[in-house]
Design a protein around this ligand. Structure first.
Ligand code: CP3
Length: 352
């Protein structure tokens, strides 16, 4: 496929975040946090009051405000578009909701070939509010890059097949092992929806994309390679012509890091269980790493946070490209002041 020319603000292209993604020298290690916009911020709780989660994702002005909040407050090096991984599914008519304190719940789980037919392709018109919000956001963000994102086929399939959050993914695995053909078709359909959703975000102005395969750590490497990787690779290949960095993240994926890089990522996100100097051995050369402070560390003393952050930075010192992040999302009861101090600390410690 030939390259797609994408107009880019030169200041954004030269940002520390995009340089680190491209494994170029940086003025300081860039920092952003998964789930940086959300319940840890009082200003978020205030603007969200009385508005259901999914509805808030469809209001461009609200999305713009919520996305900007952590950038203003913490001085992070990138914004992440405020949305949720189930938004594209909702947009094509899947009957689902995000229940507070629970997560996404699907009215009629997808478990048969007839169920699969309910998943139609996503068009840009289905998510016109995303295009509108990203245009507003990039105008406001100036030199700060915007990260677009989507759920990866496996993690989306898990919500659709289980009907909600799951610890053991038993229905998902039953389908994966019991009807490999239907499973492959389901993941392939989800790959197309996900790719279409990421393209909308890139075309509207996102400078990087992250594919969240949050729950794929539930799989052994052989099953990942056979039953999941083809669909994730299809997503990465579909957005490759835009030339924007592609980040791939999952939780509990220590044994999958090499394969997740191989699936087509430019940057591999690492949770807190594998130190970055070991992660780079597993991922291999030619990719930047993102991570990986345990989000629970932020509940300890300032000294302890700094000591644990130092460990992450030391483990990352030999990397060609490092983007500092938590090993998973910000926990809702995190003190926002701890996130601001952490951002400053990483900037200070890595200033070159
Ligand atoms: O700042 C950001 O990172 C952008 C916002 C963002 C949200 N969801 C907003 C949200 C992102 C990147 C996501 C991705 C997402 N959603 C993932 C992948 C990331 C991960 O954490 O592994 C997953 C698995 C989901 C599914 C989902 N949506 C869950 C598990 C929950 C939490 C349920 C709960 O209430 O504890 C949601 C809801 C959700 N998505 C909230 C937010 C801010 C909380 C709802 C609220 O504020 O009312």
């Amino acid at each position: 496929m030939s390259a797609i020319d994408k107009p880019e603000n030169p200041a954004v292209a030269e940002s520390a975040f995009l340089k680190a993604c491209r494994r170029e020298p940086v003025p300081h290690t860039p920092v952003w946090f998964m789930r940086q916009a959300g319940r840890s911020l009082p200003e978020y709780l205030k603007v969200r009051e009385g508005i259901p989660m999914l509805e808030s994702c469809m209001r461009p002005e609200l999305v713009t405000e919520i996305t900007l909040q952590p950038v203003r407050r913490h001085g992070v090096d990138a914004a992440i578009y405020f949305s949720d991984i189930v938004v594209p599914l909702k947009a094509i008519g899947v009957d689902l909701d995000i229940k507070p304190g629970v997560g996404p719940v699907v009215e009629q789980p997808i478990r048969s070939r007839a169920d699969l037919e309910r998943l139609r392709d996503l068009t840009p018109e289905d998510v016109s509010y995303v295009t509108e919000a990203i245009r507003m956001l990039t105008a406001e963000l100036g030199a700060t890059p915007l990260i677009g994102f989507a759920g990866a086929p496996f993690t989306l399939a898990s919500y659709l097949v289980e009907g909600g959050p799951s610890k053991n993914h038993e229905h998902t695995k039953a389908l994966m092992y019991g009807d490999p053909e239907l499973w492959a078709d389901l993941l392939d359909r989800l790959a197309d929806i996900t790719a279409a959703f990421l393209k909308v975000q890139i075309e509207a102005g996102a400078s990087a994309v992250q594919l969240f395969d949050s729950w794929v750590g539930a799989l052994a490497p052989a099953d990942y390679r056979r039953s999941v990787m083809p669909a994730s690779t299809k997503v990465f290949e579909a957005v490759a012509p835009y030339g924007v960095p592609r980040i791939h993240f999952g939780v509990g994926t220590g044994e999958l890091l090499g394969l997740m890089g191989e699936a087509g990522a430019d940057v591999v996100g690492v949770d807190w269980r594998v130190p970055l100097d070991e992660a780079v051995r597993r991922v291999g050369p030619g990719k930047a790493l993102q991570g990986n402070l345990d989000p629970a560390v932020l509940f300890s003393s300032r000294e302890a946070v700094e000591a644990k952050t130092r460990e992450v930075l030391d483990a990352a010192s030999g990397l060609e490209g490092h983007i500092f992040n938590l090993g998973h999302g910000v926990l809702p009861t995190t003190d926002p002041g701890a996130l601001t101090r952490l951002t400053e600390y990483v900037h200070e410690q890595t200033a070159r």
